[in-house]
Structure formats: C-alpha cells, structure tokens
Design a protein around this ligand. Sequence first.
Ligand code: C2E
Ligand code: MG
Ligand code: MG
Length: 648
Amino acid sequence: MMSTPANAQITRPNASATTADNEKELLRVNRALKTLSAGNRTLLRASDEAELVNAMCRVIVEQGGYRMSYVGYVQHDERKSVSLAAFGFDDRYEQEEETLRNLYASWADNEFGHSVTGISIRTGKPCIVRHLLTDPDHAPWHAEALRFRYESASAFPLHVDGEVIGTLGIAASEPDAFDEAEVKLLAELADDLAYGIGNLRSRLRRQEAEATIHRMAYCDALTGLPNRASLCERFESVLAAVVAQNQPLALMIVSLDHLQEVNDTLGYAQGDRLIQTFARRLIEAELAETVARVGEGEFALLLPNADSARSSATAQKLSKLLHTSIDVEGLAFDVHTHTGLALFPGHGADAEVLLRRARVAMRDAMQAGRDYAVFAPALDQEASRRLALMGELRHAIERHQLALQLQPKLHLASAAICGAEALVRWKHPLLGQVPTFEFITLAEQAGMITPVTHWVLEAAFRQRYAWHMAGIELPLSVNLSAHDLRDPTLLDKLKGLVETWGAQPGWIQLELTESALMVDASAAVEILHSLKRLGFQLAIDDFGAGYSSLGYLHRLPVDAIKIDQSFVIPLVQSEDCATIVGSAAQMGHKLGFEVVAEGVESQDALRRVTELGCDIAQGHFVSHPMAADQFGAWRAASPWASPASPAH
Ligand code: C2E
Ligand code: MG
Ligand code: MG
C-alpha cells in the first residue's frame, strides 16, 4: 500500500501493494535518486537561470527516464498564467515542442488552473496524479496525455524567498508512478532547483547593483556624461595613444556662468535643466574626444593631438557655438562660458594636474573677462595668492583692515558737489592696498560678500550721520553686488540701520550694476521696490556695460543711471563713445532718470559730458576717492563748495 507524503496533494488513492509493485517502487526510487544526483551536478555547474532550468529538465528526462518535464513560472497577470520556461522530452517529441510551448497553463482557481501545474502553485504543495487517463477530475488533459504518452503527472512548487515562483512538472509514461518515496526525492530535487534559482537571482541582483554602483561611480547621473573619475581613466588611455604618436593633448575646462544664480532664484530643478541642455550642446558640438562633467557647472573636454593653437581655435569655436540662449522656464537665459586650457606635456602629465591647471586658466579668463585662457605657470602662483587672500579677508573685517573712501559727485548745472560714492578699501598689513575690484570679485565668488556689504553699509550710515551732524546733507552712495540682492537678511539689515541712525529718506543711495539686475530680472524689480519703500535712492551702475532692454529699464523704480566709464574715459577722442553717452543721457532723461557720467578724467571730458546732457559727473578730474574724514574739508576748499560757484 503506497502512502503519500503528508503535504502532497494526491488526487487518486493508490492500489494495494504486491511484490511486483514493490519492485516497481524500487525502480522508481532508483530513477528518482539518479535524477536527484544528476540534478545536483547540474545545479553546481549552472551559471545562469535559463541554462539551469533547461539543463534540469533535460536531466530529468535523459538521466531519470521520465517522459517529460517542464519548469513553469508564475505570472502575476490578469489571467494568472504560467509561462513555460523550459522543457525536457525525448527526441521523438522534438517536432512537438512548439505545440507543448503553446499549451495554455494557468494557476487561476478555475477550469484552466485545475491541472497539476495550477494546483501545485496555488497550494504550494506537490500535486500528483497517478492515473491520469482514468481520473475524471483531469479529463481536460487526457488528450494531451495520450498524445505525449504519459499516464501519471506530478508538479512540485518552486519556493524562492518564501514565495512560490513556479513549478517543476514531471510526467511518467506508466500509470501508478510517483509513490511516496519517489515524490519525496523529487520534491527534494524541486527544492534544490528552487534554491539554485534563488541563488542565481540574488547573484544577478548583486551584479546589477554592482553595475549601478559602477555607473554611479563613473557616470554623472544628471547628464549621463562620464564623471571626473571616468575622465581620469579615459585620460590614461588617450595619453598612451598620443605618447605613442609623439603628439600633444589638450584638456579644456568649460564653465557655465551664472548657474548659482539660476539655482538660487529659479530653483535647482531649473538649474539642472540648464545643465542638461548645456551638456547636450557640448556633445552636439562634436569638438572633443571625451566630454565629462567635472563640477556643478564645469565640463572637461579631451582634445587629443591638439597643441596650443589648435586648442585655442577650438575654444573660440566652442564659445561661439555655446553663447546662445537656453530656455529656462520660459525665460531666454543667455549662456556665457569661460574656458581654460592646459596642455600635455607642457603643463603636466597627469589628469589631476592638467584639470587643476585648466581650472586656474578658466578662472583667469573669468577675471580678465575673456572667453578663454591658456594656462601659464604664473597663474598658478596667482591662484594660490588669491586663495590665501580669501582666507585673510575673513579676518580683515575683525582686524579693522577695511576702510571707506569717498569719491565726490559734481552736479553740472549748479556746479556744486551733490553727493559722494563710498568705495571700500582693504589695506593688507603685508601686501598693502588690495585692488578693490579684485577682492570684491573674489568675495563674490567665495560667498564672502555679505559680511563685506554689511560692514560697508554700517560704515556708510555712520558716515552719513556724521555729515548730518556737520550740516552736510548730501546723498551717500553704496555699491551692492548681485549676491546682495539675494541676501535674505539685506532688507532687515537696512531697516535696522535706518532705525539706528534715524536716517532720512534720500540719505543713502544704493548703486546696483546693470548686470547684477539682469541676473534675475523679475526678482530684482521686486527687491528694488522694497528698497525704494524703505526710502533709498537707487542708481544703475556701469550702465551700458550690461544688456538691459529699454522695456525692462522702464519698469525699474530707479532715480539715476551711471554711464559706464568705458564710454566716458575715451569720450574726448572717440566720436562713437560720445554718441553712446549722448544717447544714453537722452534716453535716461526720457525715462525720468538723473544721468551720471563716471570716469570724467579731464576738463575736456567734463565739458563734453555737460554738452551731451549728463547731469552729474564723477571722476578723477573732480577728485580721486579720498579718506572719508577728509571729505568735509576737501569740499569746503574745492571750487564746487557751494551752488554759487561757477563750474570749471
Ligand atoms: P564702481 O562702483 O563703478 O566705482 C567706480 C570705480 O571707478 C572706482 O574704482 C573708482 O575709484 C574708479 N574711478 C572713479 N573715477 C575714475 C576715473 O576718472 N578714471 C578711472 N579710471 N577710474 C575712476 P574702485 O574703487 O577700484 O572700485 C571698483 C569697483 O568695485 C566699483 O565700481 C564697484 O563695482 C566695486 N566696489 C567698490 N566698493 C564696493 C563696495 O563697497 N561694495 C561692492 N559690492 N562693490 C564695491
Ligand atoms: Mg558704483
Ligand atoms: Mg561704475
């Protein structure tokens, strides 16, 4: 009498045992054992899942002598179908493979799922049918069984990570197969197979995770470009090739300007989009062997076989191609870049050194207002000097190394001094005076401008109060930088100072460069209105050097424009400059602004700016900037002490 494993679903009870049955049983156990051990060898050898299930099905038929075997996988689709992944059957049925594959199997609890396959999956237990042809429950499968000549069928669920992922089906040609002992061994085989599948799947997951980690380590997620690590690797192989041909190699760094402003004002998502579009343009330019992203807005390009002249030409070409506009949230963002070049072998022989030097050259281009620059050894010293300087600026404020100088402004029609501009000075204990423009630019780049601006504002209010006490009631101008407009503490700082010093409206004028206003035009309009509400006069500095549209200027609540010195200084010799100054003055007046000419260096220049309609002149001819405490005495002694004196 054959008993069944406690957890097996036997759909038909077995007949009574005889000696012949016992022999048959032994034979079956024997074939199951052979199958199990051959199956284990297969498991050890398989390196991928498809190979494993196919080999297992083959072994079951070839070594175990079963009629047919298959592996089916659970699909979580609407029909709860079972996809047949592998078959094992002897050669006679090869031409039937297609038919077998197309047999529809399901694990749904309906007529399609009432097969050994479906039941084993649903119950999670082996399902055995020992007399298929006479079993009425399995009538739908009689035709198939007759065709493929099997009379008993079994299916063993495949458990992986606590879930039934499929089933291993085995059919035997004779009826009455799959007794308890055989089923036990075959269930073990199915468990081994499931274990093997689980192992291979987790190995695959691990490999995929490793591939992702590798991708992340070598690829920039935002642009899909190689990253810095990958560039350095690539550099090695490109270097080997150029060295073999006795050729040079250029490494170029292109920096996308104003990215920080876009991030700060429009948000990181827009900044990211800008980077992606820019990266695409760099690739589409097809000017380099490799394009990599090596910093927030920094890209590196490898140019094999390029010498100084060729790489400079490429840099120029690239600037032309890139300096167009990119649409950022409906705003046309004018792309500006600065490029630095370093060359192998002249400037270094490894990627890190060349990257660093290309970046130094890029900063030099930025400082000098050029599109690109080639590295020069002096720049390296310059870069370390600037770095040291930045470190020291942090202490300069506490150590009272900053001072204000004042430069007077002359009202042309009344020939009277009508105000002054406060200009910060830094006297370094060892280096002496550090050029203002240099350390202001550095402070802006290093995110250090806010404490400097706050210091200047405090000093200017104190000075303006001192004027008030001395009976001098003229506006004092303070320069703000683009970063100040994004300083969330600026308005509070100014309010506090107005309260502290009892400042009257018009005591302080704020000068903002045209380009600072253009960084985020619509936000700037709002801030200017807030500043105006606090009682500050506003002026657009360096007017003409940026590119603001007339329509935009019209919306700004400003009081004055200061025509950039680059047009005023050459005014006497250059008719073009005179025309520009004249039209700027006319336009300024039409918009209701006072017009200041800065950079008036001579009597002739003073006369010309007067003729061209400017209202106010500032420049060396009137006076160089002077220590703040000298201003009162200077003014009293100057020819423009009071409105009564004639203009020079
Ligand atoms: P700016 O606001 O346009 O100031 C005018 C600059 O031109 C000053 O240079 C001044 O000394 C110089 N200048 C005046 N008259 C003449 C002239 O007749 N000929 C020539 N060639 N130059 C003249 P400075 O003091 O070196 O300042 C340079 C720039 O640095 C300023 O340009 C301004 O943008 C910035 N800056 C100065 N002080 C501050 C400050 O306290 N805060 C901020 N954020 N920026 C400042
Ligand atoms: Mg100014
Ligand atoms: Mg200026």
